[in-house]
Design a protein around this ligand. Structure first.
Ligand code: GLC
Length: 548
Protein backbone atom coordinates (compact mmCIF):
# COMPACT_ATOMS: atom_id res chain seq x y z
CA UNK A 1 0.00 0.00 0.00
CA UNK A 2 1.21 3.46 -0.62
CA UNK A 3 0.25 5.08 2.64
CA UNK A 4 2.89 6.72 4.71
CA UNK A 5 4.51 4.68 7.46
CA UNK A 6 2.45 6.35 10.14
CA UNK A 7 -0.86 5.79 8.37
CA UNK A 8 -2.74 2.63 9.42
CA UNK A 9 -3.02 0.01 6.69
CA UNK A 10 -6.81 0.14 6.45
CA UNK A 11 -6.77 3.80 5.40
CA UNK A 12 -5.20 3.09 2.03
CA UNK A 13 -5.33 -0.65 1.44
CA UNK A 14 -6.42 -2.55 -1.64
CA UNK A 15 -8.75 -5.20 -0.23
CA UNK A 16 -9.68 -8.27 -2.26
CA UNK A 17 -12.97 -10.01 -1.54
CA UNK A 18 -12.84 -13.78 -1.68
CA UNK A 19 -16.21 -15.47 -1.94
CA UNK A 20 -15.10 -18.88 -0.66
CA UNK A 21 -17.78 -20.95 -2.43
CA UNK A 22 -16.54 -19.71 -5.78
CA UNK A 23 -12.82 -19.06 -5.48
CA UNK A 24 -11.10 -22.45 -5.80
CA UNK A 25 -12.26 -26.01 -5.13
CA UNK A 26 -9.53 -28.34 -3.93
CA UNK A 27 -11.51 -31.49 -3.13
CA UNK A 28 -13.53 -31.65 -6.33
CA UNK A 29 -17.01 -31.36 -4.83
CA UNK A 30 -17.82 -28.34 -7.03
CA UNK A 31 -17.73 -25.88 -4.10
CA UNK A 32 -14.72 -23.74 -3.26
CA UNK A 33 -12.87 -24.45 -0.03
CA UNK A 34 -10.06 -23.26 2.23
CA UNK A 35 -7.56 -25.70 0.74
CA UNK A 36 -8.38 -24.19 -2.65
CA UNK A 37 -7.80 -20.66 -1.33
CA UNK A 38 -4.46 -21.73 0.16
CA UNK A 39 -3.38 -23.18 -3.17
CA UNK A 40 -4.19 -19.89 -4.92
CA UNK A 41 -2.72 -17.34 -2.51
CA UNK A 42 0.04 -16.67 -5.01
CA UNK A 43 -2.54 -15.15 -7.35
CA UNK A 44 -3.32 -12.56 -4.69
CA UNK A 45 0.36 -11.90 -3.99
CA UNK A 46 0.98 -11.42 -7.72
CA UNK A 47 -2.00 -9.10 -7.90
CA UNK A 48 -0.39 -7.05 -5.16
CA UNK A 49 -3.38 -6.55 -2.86
CA UNK A 50 -2.87 -5.70 0.81
CA UNK A 51 -5.68 -7.66 2.41
CA UNK A 52 -8.20 -10.42 1.77
CA UNK A 53 -11.79 -10.32 3.01
CA UNK A 54 -13.41 -13.73 3.24
CA UNK A 55 -17.19 -13.89 2.90
CA UNK A 56 -18.66 -16.21 5.59
CA UNK A 57 -17.10 -19.61 6.02
CA UNK A 58 -18.88 -20.70 9.21
CA UNK A 59 -21.06 -23.79 9.67
CA UNK A 60 -24.29 -23.00 7.90
CA UNK A 61 -27.25 -24.75 6.27
CA UNK A 62 -26.49 -22.35 3.37
CA UNK A 63 -30.00 -20.96 3.05
CA UNK A 64 -28.32 -17.65 2.13
CA UNK A 65 -24.92 -18.92 0.94
CA UNK A 66 -23.40 -18.87 4.43
CA UNK A 67 -24.93 -15.59 5.65
CA UNK A 68 -27.06 -17.87 7.85
CA UNK A 69 -24.57 -18.89 10.53
CA UNK A 70 -25.19 -21.76 12.94
CA UNK A 71 -21.82 -21.59 14.75
CA UNK A 72 -19.71 -18.42 14.75
CA UNK A 73 -16.60 -20.13 16.09
CA UNK A 74 -16.04 -22.86 13.54
CA UNK A 75 -15.76 -23.54 9.81
CA UNK A 76 -18.34 -25.32 7.67
CA UNK A 77 -17.10 -28.78 6.61
CA UNK A 78 -17.75 -27.87 2.98
CA UNK A 79 -14.96 -25.29 3.35
CA UNK A 80 -12.64 -27.21 5.69
CA UNK A 81 -11.75 -26.99 9.36
CA UNK A 82 -10.94 -24.32 11.92
CA UNK A 83 -7.37 -25.58 11.89
CA UNK A 84 -7.15 -24.97 8.15
CA UNK A 85 -8.56 -21.46 8.60
CA UNK A 86 -5.92 -20.74 11.23
CA UNK A 87 -3.21 -22.03 8.92
CA UNK A 88 -4.58 -19.92 6.07
CA UNK A 89 -4.44 -16.81 8.28
CA UNK A 90 -0.81 -17.63 9.09
CA UNK A 91 0.11 -18.25 5.45
CA UNK A 92 -1.56 -15.03 4.31
CA UNK A 93 0.36 -13.10 6.97
CA UNK A 94 3.60 -14.74 5.89
CA UNK A 95 2.94 -13.37 2.39
CA UNK A 96 2.24 -9.90 3.74
CA UNK A 97 -1.52 -10.19 3.22
CA UNK A 98 -3.89 -9.01 5.96
CA UNK A 99 -7.01 -11.03 6.70
CA UNK A 100 -10.55 -9.73 7.17
CA UNK A 101 -13.38 -12.05 8.15
CA UNK A 102 -17.09 -11.51 7.67
CA UNK A 103 -19.24 -11.35 10.80
CA UNK A 104 -23.03 -11.62 10.59
CA UNK A 105 -24.47 -10.09 13.77
CA UNK A 106 -27.96 -9.08 12.66
CA UNK A 107 -29.24 -12.64 12.42
CA UNK A 108 -28.11 -16.24 12.69
CA UNK A 109 -29.32 -19.46 11.10
CA UNK A 110 -32.49 -21.14 12.25
CA UNK A 111 -30.18 -24.09 12.99
CA UNK A 112 -28.26 -22.03 15.58
CA UNK A 113 -28.58 -23.70 19.04
CA UNK A 114 -30.12 -20.56 20.59
CA UNK A 115 -32.87 -20.46 17.99
CA UNK A 116 -33.48 -24.19 18.24
CA UNK A 117 -33.85 -23.79 22.02
CA UNK A 118 -36.20 -20.86 21.45
CA UNK A 119 -38.38 -22.93 19.14
CA UNK A 120 -38.51 -25.88 21.54
CA UNK A 121 -40.80 -24.13 24.01
CA UNK A 122 -42.82 -20.89 24.12
CA UNK A 123 -41.37 -20.40 27.61
CA UNK A 124 -37.72 -20.88 26.64
CA UNK A 125 -35.57 -17.96 27.87
CA UNK A 126 -33.86 -18.01 24.45
CA UNK A 127 -37.02 -16.46 22.95
CA UNK A 128 -35.83 -13.18 24.45
CA UNK A 129 -32.70 -13.36 22.30
CA UNK A 130 -34.82 -13.03 19.15
CA UNK A 131 -37.99 -11.16 18.18
CA UNK A 132 -40.87 -13.49 19.00
CA UNK A 133 -44.30 -11.85 18.97
CA UNK A 134 -47.92 -13.00 19.00
CA UNK A 135 -49.74 -12.56 15.72
CA UNK A 136 -52.44 -9.99 15.11
CA UNK A 137 -56.14 -10.78 15.24
CA UNK A 138 -58.12 -13.04 17.56
CA UNK A 139 -56.40 -16.22 16.39
CA UNK A 140 -52.98 -14.61 16.03
CA UNK A 141 -52.94 -15.47 12.34
CA UNK A 142 -51.93 -11.98 11.21
CA UNK A 143 -48.20 -11.25 11.02
CA UNK A 144 -47.09 -8.71 13.62
CA UNK A 145 -46.01 -6.09 11.04
CA UNK A 146 -46.00 -5.63 7.28
CA UNK A 147 -42.27 -4.97 7.07
CA UNK A 148 -40.77 -5.98 3.71
CA UNK A 149 -37.51 -7.89 3.45
CA UNK A 150 -34.48 -6.70 1.48
CA UNK A 151 -34.40 -10.30 0.20
CA UNK A 152 -37.98 -9.88 -1.08
CA UNK A 153 -41.03 -11.27 0.70
CA UNK A 154 -42.21 -11.42 4.28
CA UNK A 155 -40.23 -10.71 7.42
CA UNK A 156 -42.25 -12.84 9.86
CA UNK A 157 -42.77 -16.59 10.11
CA UNK A 158 -45.22 -18.29 12.40
CA UNK A 159 -43.95 -21.05 14.68
CA UNK A 160 -45.70 -24.23 15.68
CA UNK A 161 -45.90 -25.04 19.37
CA UNK A 162 -44.58 -28.39 20.60
CA UNK A 163 -48.21 -29.58 20.96
CA UNK A 164 -48.83 -28.85 17.27
CA UNK A 165 -50.91 -25.69 17.74
CA UNK A 166 -49.94 -22.51 15.87
CA UNK A 167 -47.62 -20.40 17.97
CA UNK A 168 -45.92 -17.00 17.97
CA UNK A 169 -44.21 -15.38 15.03
CA UNK A 170 -40.51 -14.51 14.77
CA UNK A 171 -38.85 -11.69 12.88
CA UNK A 172 -36.40 -12.30 10.04
CA UNK A 173 -35.47 -9.26 8.03
CA UNK A 174 -33.92 -11.61 5.47
CA UNK A 175 -34.98 -15.22 4.74
CA UNK A 176 -37.08 -17.26 7.25
CA UNK A 177 -33.94 -19.31 7.94
CA UNK A 178 -32.25 -16.12 9.27
CA UNK A 179 -33.94 -15.11 12.56
CA UNK A 180 -32.98 -11.62 13.76
CA UNK A 181 -31.20 -11.27 17.09
CA UNK A 182 -32.60 -8.98 19.76
CA UNK A 183 -29.68 -6.63 20.32
CA UNK A 184 -31.38 -5.09 23.34
CA UNK A 185 -30.54 -8.27 25.22
CA UNK A 186 -27.20 -8.22 27.09
CA UNK A 187 -26.54 -11.87 26.27
CA UNK A 188 -26.51 -11.10 22.55
CA UNK A 189 -24.05 -8.28 23.09
CA UNK A 190 -21.81 -10.38 25.32
CA UNK A 191 -21.87 -13.28 22.87
CA UNK A 192 -20.74 -11.16 19.93
CA UNK A 193 -18.04 -9.45 21.93
CA UNK A 194 -16.74 -12.89 22.74
CA UNK A 195 -16.94 -13.97 19.07
CA UNK A 196 -15.00 -10.85 18.08
CA UNK A 197 -12.28 -11.78 20.54
CA UNK A 198 -12.30 -15.38 19.31
CA UNK A 199 -11.27 -14.25 15.82
CA UNK A 200 -9.03 -11.38 16.89
CA UNK A 201 -7.17 -13.90 19.05
CA UNK A 202 -6.63 -15.91 15.87
CA UNK A 203 -4.88 -12.97 14.31
CA UNK A 204 -7.47 -11.55 11.95
CA UNK A 205 -6.75 -7.95 11.01
CA UNK A 206 -10.27 -6.84 10.31
CA UNK A 207 -13.95 -7.64 10.59
CA UNK A 208 -16.45 -6.90 7.83
CA UNK A 209 -19.78 -6.35 9.56
CA UNK A 210 -22.77 -7.68 7.65
CA UNK A 211 -25.95 -5.56 7.50
CA UNK A 212 -24.29 -3.24 9.99
CA UNK A 213 -27.04 -0.60 10.12
CA UNK A 214 -29.85 -3.05 10.92
CA UNK A 215 -29.01 -4.52 14.34
CA UNK A 216 -31.12 -2.19 16.47
CA UNK A 217 -34.91 -2.31 16.09
CA UNK A 218 -37.66 -0.07 17.36
CA UNK A 219 -39.07 -2.41 20.06
CA UNK A 220 -42.58 -1.03 19.58
CA UNK A 221 -42.48 -2.51 16.07
CA UNK A 222 -44.25 0.32 14.25
CA UNK A 223 -45.20 -0.10 10.61
CA UNK A 224 -42.85 1.25 7.96
CA UNK A 225 -44.06 4.59 6.72
CA UNK A 226 -42.70 6.80 3.97
CA UNK A 227 -42.61 9.80 6.33
CA UNK A 228 -41.49 8.26 9.61
CA UNK A 229 -38.11 6.81 10.58
CA UNK A 230 -37.41 3.28 9.43
CA UNK A 231 -38.06 0.94 12.39
CA UNK A 232 -35.09 -1.30 11.67
CA UNK A 233 -32.52 0.63 9.65
CA UNK A 234 -30.04 3.06 11.18
CA UNK A 235 -31.52 3.47 14.66
CA UNK A 236 -29.33 5.55 16.95
CA UNK A 237 -29.03 2.62 19.36
CA UNK A 238 -26.80 0.76 16.92
CA UNK A 239 -23.90 3.13 17.55
CA UNK A 240 -23.47 2.02 21.12
CA UNK A 241 -22.80 -1.52 19.88
CA UNK A 242 -19.98 -0.31 17.64
CA UNK A 243 -18.48 1.85 20.35
CA UNK A 244 -18.07 -1.23 22.49
CA UNK A 245 -16.65 -3.21 19.56
CA UNK A 246 -14.17 -0.41 18.90
CA UNK A 247 -12.97 -0.62 22.49
CA UNK A 248 -12.28 -4.31 21.87
CA UNK A 249 -10.36 -3.86 18.61
CA UNK A 250 -8.41 -0.99 20.16
CA UNK A 251 -7.35 -3.27 23.01
CA UNK A 252 -5.53 -5.57 20.55
CA UNK A 253 -2.02 -5.00 19.23
CA UNK A 254 -1.68 -4.25 15.53
CA UNK A 255 -4.18 -2.18 13.65
CA UNK A 256 -7.41 -4.20 13.74
CA UNK A 257 -10.19 -2.68 11.67
CA UNK A 258 -13.99 -2.74 11.72
CA UNK A 259 -15.55 -2.30 8.27
CA UNK A 260 -19.28 -1.81 8.00
CA UNK A 261 -21.73 -2.86 5.34
CA UNK A 262 -23.82 0.30 5.65
CA UNK A 263 -26.34 0.97 2.87
CA UNK A 264 -27.75 4.42 3.63
CA UNK A 265 -28.81 7.15 1.22
CA UNK A 266 -27.94 9.93 3.68
CA UNK A 267 -24.20 10.63 3.67
CA UNK A 268 -24.35 12.31 7.07
CA UNK A 269 -26.09 9.37 8.70
CA UNK A 270 -23.56 7.11 6.96
CA UNK A 271 -20.65 9.13 8.33
CA UNK A 272 -21.96 8.70 11.87
CA UNK A 273 -20.74 5.09 11.72
CA UNK A 274 -17.22 6.33 11.09
CA UNK A 275 -16.84 8.58 14.10
CA UNK A 276 -13.45 8.07 15.73
CA UNK A 277 -14.79 5.74 18.41
CA UNK A 278 -16.86 3.57 16.04
CA UNK A 279 -16.06 1.76 12.78
CA UNK A 280 -12.84 2.37 10.89
CA UNK A 281 -14.37 2.25 7.42
CA UNK A 282 -17.56 1.45 5.52
CA UNK A 283 -18.31 0.45 1.95
CA UNK A 284 -19.07 3.26 -0.45
CA UNK A 285 -22.22 1.96 -2.12
CA UNK A 286 -23.05 5.35 -3.61
CA UNK A 287 -19.97 5.00 -5.76
CA UNK A 288 -20.89 1.41 -6.62
CA UNK A 289 -24.38 2.43 -7.72
CA UNK A 290 -23.31 5.62 -9.50
CA UNK A 291 -23.90 6.04 -13.23
CA UNK A 292 -20.93 6.04 -15.59
CA UNK A 293 -21.41 9.74 -16.06
CA UNK A 294 -18.92 12.53 -15.40
CA UNK A 295 -21.21 14.85 -13.45
CA UNK A 296 -22.69 12.05 -11.37
CA UNK A 297 -19.29 10.55 -10.58
CA UNK A 298 -17.79 13.88 -9.68
CA UNK A 299 -20.73 14.70 -7.42
CA UNK A 300 -20.42 11.29 -5.76
CA UNK A 301 -16.69 11.67 -5.19
CA UNK A 302 -17.16 15.17 -3.77
CA UNK A 303 -20.00 14.09 -1.49
CA UNK A 304 -17.99 11.09 -0.29
CA UNK A 305 -14.94 13.16 0.56
CA UNK A 306 -17.03 15.89 2.17
CA UNK A 307 -18.78 13.37 4.41
CA UNK A 308 -15.56 11.63 5.49
CA UNK A 309 -13.33 14.67 5.98
CA UNK A 310 -14.87 16.13 9.17
CA UNK A 311 -14.50 12.85 11.04
CA UNK A 312 -11.09 12.03 9.59
CA UNK A 313 -12.24 8.67 8.22
CA UNK A 314 -10.87 7.25 4.96
CA UNK A 315 -13.18 6.90 1.99
CA UNK A 316 -13.59 3.53 0.27
CA UNK A 317 -14.10 2.86 -3.43
CA UNK A 318 -16.15 -0.17 -4.41
CA UNK A 319 -17.27 -1.23 -7.90
CA UNK A 320 -18.69 -4.70 -7.26
CA UNK A 321 -19.36 -7.36 -4.63
CA UNK A 322 -21.21 -10.65 -4.19
CA UNK A 323 -24.61 -8.92 -4.02
CA UNK A 324 -24.64 -6.75 -7.14
CA UNK A 325 -24.55 -7.05 -10.93
CA UNK A 326 -20.94 -7.23 -12.11
CA UNK A 327 -19.87 -3.82 -13.36
CA UNK A 328 -18.67 -4.97 -16.79
CA UNK A 329 -22.31 -5.79 -17.48
CA UNK A 330 -23.70 -2.67 -15.79
CA UNK A 331 -21.39 -0.31 -17.63
CA UNK A 332 -22.34 -1.82 -20.98
CA UNK A 333 -26.02 -1.00 -20.51
CA UNK A 334 -27.90 2.14 -21.37
CA UNK A 335 -28.65 2.64 -17.68
CA UNK A 336 -25.31 2.17 -15.93
CA UNK A 337 -26.57 2.67 -12.36
CA UNK A 338 -27.14 -0.11 -9.86
CA UNK A 339 -30.04 -0.51 -7.47
CA UNK A 340 -31.60 -3.63 -6.01
CA UNK A 341 -35.08 -2.34 -6.79
CA UNK A 342 -34.36 -1.99 -10.51
CA UNK A 343 -32.26 -5.13 -10.87
CA UNK A 344 -33.28 -7.16 -13.92
CA UNK A 345 -31.68 -9.62 -16.30
CA UNK A 346 -31.87 -9.66 -20.05
CA UNK A 347 -31.35 -5.91 -20.34
CA UNK A 348 -29.05 -5.54 -23.38
CA UNK A 349 -25.43 -4.92 -22.50
CA UNK A 350 -22.54 -4.13 -24.83
CA UNK A 351 -19.85 -6.10 -23.01
CA UNK A 352 -17.05 -4.63 -25.07
CA UNK A 353 -18.09 -1.12 -24.03
CA UNK A 354 -18.67 -2.33 -20.47
CA UNK A 355 -15.19 -3.81 -20.39
CA UNK A 356 -13.61 -0.61 -21.70
CA UNK A 357 -15.39 1.39 -19.02
CA UNK A 358 -14.56 -1.17 -16.33
CA UNK A 359 -10.88 -0.77 -17.21
CA UNK A 360 -11.16 3.01 -16.87
CA UNK A 361 -13.12 2.58 -13.63
CA UNK A 362 -10.30 0.45 -12.24
CA UNK A 363 -7.82 3.29 -12.72
CA UNK A 364 -10.35 5.71 -11.24
CA UNK A 365 -11.13 3.68 -8.11
CA UNK A 366 -7.49 2.71 -7.54
CA UNK A 367 -6.32 6.31 -7.61
CA UNK A 368 -8.96 8.06 -5.48
CA UNK A 369 -8.01 8.86 -1.88
CA UNK A 370 -8.68 6.02 0.55
CA UNK A 371 -9.04 2.26 0.38
CA UNK A 372 -10.15 0.30 -2.70
CA UNK A 373 -12.04 -2.99 -2.88
CA UNK A 374 -11.71 -5.61 -5.60
CA UNK A 375 -14.35 -8.35 -5.81
CA UNK A 376 -12.96 -11.67 -7.00
CA UNK A 377 -13.17 -11.97 -10.77
CA UNK A 378 -13.34 -8.24 -11.35
CA UNK A 379 -9.59 -8.38 -12.01
CA UNK A 380 -10.42 -10.90 -14.77
CA UNK A 381 -13.10 -8.72 -16.32
CA UNK A 382 -15.85 -11.26 -15.62
CA UNK A 383 -19.35 -10.31 -16.58
CA UNK A 384 -22.67 -11.13 -14.92
CA UNK A 385 -23.85 -14.62 -15.90
CA UNK A 386 -27.48 -14.14 -16.83
CA UNK A 387 -28.43 -17.50 -18.32
CA UNK A 388 -28.22 -19.75 -15.26
CA UNK A 389 -31.08 -22.28 -15.58
CA UNK A 390 -33.89 -21.90 -13.07
CA UNK A 391 -33.23 -25.27 -11.43
CA UNK A 392 -29.59 -24.36 -10.73
CA UNK A 393 -30.33 -20.98 -9.14
CA UNK A 394 -29.60 -20.89 -5.44
CA UNK A 395 -30.21 -17.36 -4.23
CA UNK A 396 -33.23 -16.84 -1.94
CA UNK A 397 -33.57 -13.35 -3.43
CA UNK A 398 -34.49 -15.01 -6.74
CA UNK A 399 -36.73 -17.72 -5.32
CA UNK A 400 -38.57 -15.45 -2.86
CA UNK A 401 -39.52 -13.08 -5.68
CA UNK A 402 -40.84 -15.92 -7.83
CA UNK A 403 -38.00 -15.25 -10.28
CA UNK A 404 -38.97 -11.62 -10.89
CA UNK A 405 -35.77 -10.50 -9.18
CA UNK A 406 -32.83 -12.28 -10.84
CA UNK A 407 -31.02 -12.59 -7.53
CA UNK A 408 -27.28 -12.67 -7.07
CA UNK A 409 -26.12 -15.99 -8.51
CA UNK A 410 -24.93 -14.29 -11.69
CA UNK A 411 -22.04 -12.54 -9.91
CA UNK A 412 -21.13 -15.61 -7.83
CA UNK A 413 -20.15 -18.02 -10.59
CA UNK A 414 -16.85 -19.86 -9.86
CA UNK A 415 -13.61 -18.27 -10.98
CA UNK A 416 -11.95 -19.49 -14.20
CA UNK A 417 -8.27 -20.23 -13.56
CA UNK A 418 -7.02 -22.11 -16.61
CA UNK A 419 -7.93 -24.39 -19.49
CA UNK A 420 -10.32 -24.28 -22.41
CA UNK A 421 -13.49 -25.71 -20.89
CA UNK A 422 -15.36 -25.62 -17.55
CA UNK A 423 -14.49 -26.02 -14.73
CA UNK A 424 -11.50 -23.95 -15.95
CA UNK A 425 -9.25 -25.18 -13.15
CA UNK A 426 -11.75 -24.12 -10.47
CA UNK A 427 -12.07 -27.80 -9.54
CA UNK A 428 -9.23 -30.30 -9.99
CA UNK A 429 -9.03 -32.72 -12.91
CA UNK A 430 -11.34 -35.65 -12.33
CA UNK A 431 -13.64 -33.70 -10.00
CA UNK A 432 -16.76 -35.64 -9.09
CA UNK A 433 -19.12 -32.67 -9.26
CA UNK A 434 -19.58 -29.76 -11.63
CA UNK A 435 -19.07 -26.25 -10.19
CA UNK A 436 -22.06 -25.29 -8.02
CA UNK A 437 -23.03 -22.66 -10.59
CA UNK A 438 -22.28 -23.23 -14.30
CA UNK A 439 -19.48 -21.20 -15.91
CA UNK A 440 -19.94 -19.73 -19.41
CA UNK A 441 -17.88 -21.44 -22.12
CA UNK A 442 -16.73 -17.97 -23.23
CA UNK A 443 -14.71 -17.57 -20.06
CA UNK A 444 -11.90 -19.52 -21.70
CA UNK A 445 -10.41 -16.15 -22.67
CA UNK A 446 -10.86 -14.76 -19.15
CA UNK A 447 -8.90 -17.36 -17.18
CA UNK A 448 -5.99 -16.26 -15.03
CA UNK A 449 -3.69 -18.35 -17.21
CA UNK A 450 -4.98 -16.89 -20.50
CA UNK A 451 -4.57 -13.33 -19.25
CA UNK A 452 -1.21 -13.68 -17.54
CA UNK A 453 1.49 -12.03 -19.63
CA UNK A 454 -1.01 -10.45 -22.05
CA UNK A 455 -0.45 -6.78 -21.46
CA UNK A 456 -3.84 -5.88 -22.93
CA UNK A 457 -5.66 -8.07 -20.42
CA UNK A 458 -7.73 -6.88 -17.48
CA UNK A 459 -5.57 -8.94 -15.14
CA UNK A 460 -2.32 -7.29 -16.22
CA UNK A 461 -4.00 -3.87 -15.98
CA UNK A 462 -4.95 -4.55 -12.35
CA UNK A 463 -1.49 -5.95 -11.55
CA UNK A 464 0.25 -2.94 -13.01
CA UNK A 465 -2.15 -0.43 -11.45
CA UNK A 466 -1.75 -1.94 -7.99
CA UNK A 467 2.04 -2.11 -8.45
CA UNK A 468 2.13 1.60 -9.31
CA UNK A 469 -0.25 2.41 -6.46
CA UNK A 470 2.15 0.78 -4.01
CA UNK A 471 5.11 2.67 -5.43
CA UNK A 472 3.52 6.11 -5.73
CA UNK A 473 3.66 8.04 -2.49
CA UNK A 474 0.67 10.16 -3.49
CA UNK A 475 -1.76 7.27 -3.90
CA UNK A 476 -3.81 5.44 -1.27
CA UNK A 477 -4.64 7.52 1.79
CA UNK A 478 -4.45 11.29 1.40
CA UNK A 479 -6.09 14.12 -0.47
CA UNK A 480 -6.87 15.01 -4.07
CA UNK A 481 -7.25 18.20 -6.06
CA UNK A 482 -9.53 18.55 -9.06
CA UNK A 483 -7.86 20.02 -12.12
CA UNK A 484 -9.50 22.08 -14.82
CA UNK A 485 -10.52 19.75 -17.64
CA UNK A 486 -12.61 19.63 -20.81
CA UNK A 487 -16.31 18.85 -20.44
CA UNK A 488 -16.90 15.25 -19.55
CA UNK A 489 -13.38 14.64 -18.27
CA UNK A 490 -12.47 13.94 -14.65
CA UNK A 491 -8.97 15.15 -13.90
CA UNK A 492 -7.35 15.20 -10.48
CA UNK A 493 -3.97 15.39 -8.90
CA UNK A 494 -2.93 13.18 -6.00
CA UNK A 495 0.50 14.68 -5.52
CA UNK A 496 2.49 17.24 -7.45
CA UNK A 497 3.74 14.36 -9.56
CA UNK A 498 0.65 12.21 -10.07
CA UNK A 499 -2.43 12.98 -12.15
CA UNK A 500 -5.36 10.82 -13.23
CA UNK A 501 -7.58 11.65 -16.20
CA UNK A 502 -10.78 9.80 -17.06
CA UNK A 503 -12.53 10.67 -20.30
CA UNK A 504 -16.27 10.14 -19.93
CA UNK A 505 -17.13 12.34 -22.89
CA UNK A 506 -18.03 11.05 -26.33
CA UNK A 507 -14.91 12.24 -28.15
CA UNK A 508 -11.14 12.15 -27.67
CA UNK A 509 -9.50 14.90 -25.61
CA UNK A 510 -5.92 16.16 -25.74
CA UNK A 511 -3.45 14.82 -23.20
CA UNK A 512 -1.32 17.36 -21.38
CA UNK A 513 2.09 17.80 -22.97
CA UNK A 514 5.30 16.82 -21.21
CA UNK A 515 3.65 14.25 -18.97
CA UNK A 516 5.03 10.77 -18.55
CA UNK A 517 2.37 8.12 -19.15
CA UNK A 518 2.45 5.64 -16.31
CA UNK A 519 -0.53 3.53 -17.31
CA UNK A 520 -3.54 3.80 -19.61
CA UNK A 521 -6.70 1.72 -19.47
CA UNK A 522 -6.79 1.44 -23.28
CA UNK A 523 -4.82 2.43 -26.36
CA UNK A 524 -4.11 6.16 -26.67
CA UNK A 525 -4.37 7.89 -30.04
CA UNK A 526 -1.13 9.84 -30.31
CA UNK A 527 -1.67 12.72 -27.90
CA UNK A 528 -5.36 12.06 -27.42
CA UNK A 529 -7.26 10.28 -24.67
CA UNK A 530 -10.14 8.32 -26.27
CA UNK A 531 -13.62 8.13 -24.70
CA UNK A 532 -14.15 5.72 -21.80
CA UNK A 533 -10.43 5.62 -21.20
CA UNK A 534 -8.35 6.63 -18.18
CA UNK A 535 -4.69 7.44 -17.89
CA UNK A 536 -2.26 7.88 -15.01
CA UNK A 537 0.38 10.51 -15.63
CA UNK A 538 3.51 11.66 -13.93
CA UNK A 539 3.77 15.37 -14.30
CA UNK A 540 6.86 17.39 -13.52
CA UNK A 541 4.89 20.06 -11.73
CA UNK A 542 1.31 21.23 -11.32
CA UNK A 543 0.04 20.48 -14.82
CA UNK A 544 -3.31 19.33 -15.98
CA UNK A 545 -5.14 19.22 -19.28
CA UNK A 546 -6.17 22.55 -20.71
CA UNK A 547 -9.67 23.71 -20.04
CA UNK A 548 -11.79 23.41 -23.16
C1 GLC B 1 -25.58 -8.73 3.40
C2 GLC B 1 -24.80 -9.70 2.56
C3 GLC B 1 -25.77 -10.49 1.72
C4 GLC B 1 -26.71 -11.23 2.63
C5 GLC B 1 -27.39 -10.28 3.62
C6 GLC B 1 -28.03 -11.05 4.74
O1 GLC B 1 -26.22 -7.78 2.64
O2 GLC B 1 -23.84 -9.03 1.80
O3 GLC B 1 -25.13 -11.37 0.86
O4 GLC B 1 -27.70 -11.89 1.89
O5 GLC B 1 -26.48 -9.41 4.23
O6 GLC B 1 -27.04 -11.60 5.56
Amino acid sequence: MSTTDSSPWWRGAVIYQVYPRSFADDNGDGVGDIAGIRSRLDHLSALGVDAIWFSPWYPSPMADAGYDVSDYRDIDPVFGTLREAEELIGEAHAKGLRVIIDLVPNHCSDAHPWFQAALASPDAPERELFWFRPGRGPDGAGKPTDWVSPLNGDTWTRTTNPDGTPGEWYLHLFAPQQPDFNWDHPRVRAEFEDILRFWLDRGVDGIRIDSAAMLAKDPTLPEMSPDGPNPFVDLDAVHDIYRSWRRITDSYPGERALIGEVWLPDQQRFANYLRPDELHAAFNFDFLGCAWDPAALRACIDATLAAHAPIGAPATWVLSNHDVTRHVTRYGREDTTFSFAAKREGVPSDLELGTRRARAAALLSLSLPGAAYVYQGEELGLWEVEDIPHELRQDPMYHRSGGVDPGRDGCRVPIPWSGETPPFGFSPDGATSAPWLPQPADWKDRTVRAQTGDERSMLELYREAIRIRRAEPGLGDGTMTWLPAPNGVLAYRRSPAFTCLVNLSTGPVPLPPHAERLLASGPLEDDLLPPDTAVWLRTAGPAGPETA
